[in-house]
Design a binder for this molecule. Structure first.
Ligand code: AQP
Length: 332
């Protein structure tokens, strides 16, 4: 039986934080032996918010070096930056004619990102979920490892695929499903557990970056907002304390432990002692990736070669899908 196809992407819109790592990149690595994997550095998505051109180039290399340092093998996986495969934009247009305005209007990420400034947001930010649907459907991906914040966009991709298949009476696009890392579906901000950890949060203390030094990690963990009670002794009391619950989730994913096991280990201990252990396990998890990625980042020609080969391999699949899609639609 042929392997299932996995597609996912990471925006080169800033440095990768542990939310991106546990929510997405770590899962990418877990899939590489059992699935056909296609991972994209989605630069077309990144420019939905203005990016400094020099920084964007830098961030593409940065994300790739973190992918590789985290364990992605460029021979086993197709790794490329999205703008090199123009079929992504082309399919986005074709699918934009299938998607409905009402569907886009329901997207909560757009509403959250623009707040009251809807009129000054880019059109690209509004239509971003259609491009994301195109990214996935172009490769007929069955599974998409993502964080919880992308769940709604995945549902939209399914709706678009379904409507296209119905409208043209074909069974052409596969309906993709999201795959999530249990304790890391949504790693929250260390400053405010109502918000997800995010590259664009104004506070550096809200997130732990893969590139952070050990001292920075210790400082950020020790300063993470919590209440002043003892550690919770069961799931219910953990869930009712969002800040500490978030730190327990991070400890659990770093150590591959169930949340119950983490809670049992630290039940009724001092939060400060837990935080010291938490900083240690985060360092143990990300220090090797960070060190290795800094080395890889220096070898630009090696990184460019990987992107070039990856784009050629991706284009082979993508151009066939575009040809077939146009034929279905009735284009010559
Ligand atoms: N806090 C998070 N917890 C778990 N997963 C997360 N992801 C993002 N934040 C968290 C997942 O990481 C993957 C790549 O995300 P992206 O580069 O597309 O950026 P994003 O989802 O818009 O989130 P960021 O990194 O915080 O950027 P900004 O600040 O621009 O919103 C995705 O699978 C995502 O679900």
């Amino acid at each position: 039986m042929s392997k299932k196809i996995v597609f996912s992407g990471v925006q080169p819109s800033g440095d990768i934080h542990i939310g991106n790592y546990f929510g997405a990149v770590k899962q990418f690595v877990d899939f590489q032996d059992s699935h056909e994997c296609i991972y994209s550095i989605v630069d077309l998505h990144a420019i939905t918010v203005w990016q400094d051109p020099n920084l964007l180039r830098n961030n593409i290399h940065e994300v790739l070096s973190i992918f590789l340092a985290a364990g992605l093998d460029p021979d086993k996986n197709i790794i490329f930056n999205q703008s090199k495969v123009s079929e992504h934009s082309e399919l986005a247009w074709l699918l934009g004619c299938t998607a409905r305005v009402g569907w886009l209007n329901r997207m909560t990420q757009f509403k959250d990102k623009v707040g009251k400034n809807k009129d000054t947001a880019s059109v690209g930010l509004y239509t971003y979920p259609i491009l994301m649907a195109a990214d996935i459907l172009l490769y007929k991906a069955n599974q998409v490892p993502v964080g919880d914040d992308q769940k709604q966009h995945l549902e939209l991709a399914r709706d678009i695929a379904q409507k296209f298949n119905n409208d043209y009476k074909v069974d052409f696009f596969k309906l993709p499903v999201p795959i999530m890392n249990k304790n890391a579906t949504r790693i929250m901000s260390l400053r405010d557990a109502r918000n997800k950890m995010s590259k664009s949060d104004v506070s550096e203390f809200s997130r732990i970056m893969i590139k952070d030094s050990n001292d920075e990690i210790i400082k950020k963990v020790m300063k993470a907002k919590t209440d002043s009670m003892k550690m919770p002794e069961n799931i219910d009391s953990s869930m009712s304390r969002p800040e500490i619950n978030n730190l327990i989730n991070i400890y659990s994913v770093c150590n591959n432990l169930s949340k119950e096991a983490t809670i049992e280990k630290f039940a009724l201990k001092n939060i400060a002692d837990f935080k010291k252990d938490l900083a240690d396990v985060i360092i143990n998890t990300i220090e090797p990736i960070s060190k290795n990625s800094k080395k890889l980042f220096k070898d630009k020609s090696y990184l460019d070669d990987i992107l070039k080969v990856g784009a050629e391999r991706a284009k082979n699949i993508a151009s066939y899908t575009i040809k077939e899609t146009k034929k279905i639609i009735g284009m010559m």
